[in-house]
Design a protein around this ligand. Structure first.
Ligand code: AP5
Length: 222
C-alpha cells in the first residue's frame, strides 16, 4: 500500500497544529510536530531541551542538525501507513535534510503533499493572543475553541497555560522567520504541483472539511 506523507505549512498561529490534530484523528498517520517534541524536551530538561530553549524563547529556529536527529528518532516508531508533519521542514536546509531522509524511506508510488493553511499576519496576532495550550499537546482558543471547563484540558484535565513564545514581540519575530525562511520551502512544493492551499481564515470545522475534500479527491483519505 502507498505510504501517505502530508506536510502542514502555515505561519505561527495559522492553525496547522489544530488541523493536523483533526486529520491525525481521522487517519492512522503518525503526527510529527517538531514544536511539541521540542517543548517536551525543554520540560524534561534534556540536553536537547537545554540547547533548544533559548532559541524558542526568542522565536527563532532551533539549529537544523538538532532537528534532523529528532526527526530521525521519531520516524523510527512512526506508522508504516505514513506521517503528518507539522512544523517541519521550516527552511531550505531542513527541506534538503528531508529529501535525504525520503530518498531512503519513500517509494515511487507513495503520496507526498504539502498543505498550506493560509492566514494573514493580523489574524495570527488575534489567534495567538487567545491561545491556551496543554502539556499533552492539545490547543484551545479562549473565544474560537474554548475548553469545556475553564482553564482545564478536555483531553487530560491538566491546567492550561499561555506559551512563553506567545508574547507580542516574540510573535513578530516568529512571523519574520516564517516569511523569510519557511515560505521559500512552499515554492518547492508549489512548483512540484503537490501543494494544497487552504483558506485558513474560516472556522476550524470548515477548514477541516476543505482539507478532507481535497485529500479525498486525491484518494489520500476515504
Ligand atoms: P511551533 O510549536 O511549531 O510553533 P508555530 O509554527 O509558531 O506554530 P504554532 O504552534 O504557534 O501555531 P499553529 O499554526 O500550530 O496554530 P494552532 O493550531 O496552535 O514552534 C515553536 C518554536 O519551536 C519555533 O519558534 C522554533 O523555535 C521551534 N521549532 C519548531 N519546529 C522547528 C523546526 N522544524 N526547526 C527549528 N525550530 C523549530 O492555532 C493557534 C490558535 O488559533 C489556537 O488558540 C487555536 O485554537 C486557534 N485557531 C486555530 N484555528 C482557528 C480558526 N480557524 N479560527 C479561529 N481560531 C483558530
Amino acid at each position: 500500500m502507498a505510504k501517505k506523507i502530508l506536510i502542514f505549512f502555515g505561519a505561527p498561529g495559522s492553525g496547522k497544529g489544530t488541523q493536523s490534530d483533526l486529520l491525525a484523528n481521522k487517519t492512522k498517520l503518525t503526527k510529527i510536530t517538531t514544536g511539541d517534541l521540542l517543548r517536551s524536551e525543554v520540560a524534561a530538561g534534556s540536553v536537547l531541551g537545554k540547547k533548544a530553549k533559548g532559541y524558542m524563547q526568542k522565536g527563532v529556529l532551533v539549529p537544523d542538525s538538532l532537528i534532523k536527529d529528532m526527526i530521525l528518532k521519531r520516524l523510527e516508531s512512526a506508522s508504516k501507513s505514513g506521517y503528518i508533519f507539522d512544523g517541519y521542514p521550516r527552511n531550505l536546509k531542513q527541506l534538503e535534510d528531508l529529501e535525504e531522509i525520503f530518498a531512503k524511506i519513500v517509494k515511487k508510488n507513495d503520496l507526498v503533499y504539502g498543505i498550506e493553511v493560509a492566514v494573514s499576519d493580523s489574524e495570527v496576532k488575534r489567534r495567538l493572543g487567545g491561545r491556551r495550550a496543554c502539556v499533552c499537546g492539545a490547543v484551545y482558543h479562549l473565544k474560537y475553541n474554548p475548553p469545556k471547563k475553564t482553564g482545564k484540558c478536555d483531553v487530560c484535565g491538566k491546567k492550561l497555560f499561555i506559551r512563553k513564545d506567545d508574547k507580542p514581540k516574540v510573535i513578530s519575530n516568529r512571523l519574520k522567520v516564517y516569511h523569510n525562511e519557511s515560505e521559500p520551502v512552499l515554492d518547492y512544493f508549489r512548483k512540484g504541483g503537490n501543494l494544497i492551499k487552504i483558506n485558513g481564515e474560516q472556522s476550524i470545522a470548515k477548514i477541516h472539511r476543505d482539507i478532507m475534500g481535497k485529500l479525498k479527491k486525491l484518494a489520500i483519505v476515504k
